[in-house]
Design a protein around this ligand. Structure first.
Ligand SMILES: [Zn+2]
Length: 109
């Protein structure tokens, strides 16, 4: 791989390019082979970090979705169990039942 990559200087831990002959912060001579392997390790660490961030974001998104669902269900349950809603339901049911009985009586004539 000819493209310069980034790795941490073994001496001062600053981020430098793999094609540097010496560290631009502490002037430590850089061995090209160890620089490449350090850059490989850095790339793996970066990938792991990105995966961890992705998992964290997915977890937060899922948590917010679950919270929204919980609020929706709770709101529905509270509305459904309120006295007024219950009265409306029973009244509608009674009307339907009365209509049903009237129709039965009409059919049985
Ligand atoms: Zn350095």
């Amino acid at each position: 791989m000819s493209q310069a990559r980034i790795f941490q200087c073994p001496n001062c831990r600053e981020y430098i390019a793999t094609d540097a002959k010496t560290c631009r912060f502490c002037s430590t001579p850089i061995d090209a082979t160890s620089a490449q392997s350090a850059a490989d390790a850095q790339a793996i660490e970066n990938k792991r970090y990105r995966q961890k961030q992705y998992a964290r974001h997915m977890l937060i998104g899922g948590g917010l979705f679950a919270l929204g669902l919980l609020i929706t269900v709770l709101t529905f349950l509270i509305a459904a169990s309120s006295e007024r809603a219950l009265c409306d339901y029973l009244r509608a049911h009674a009307i339907r039942r009365r209509r049903f009985l009237v129709r039965l009586r009409w059919l049985a004539r």
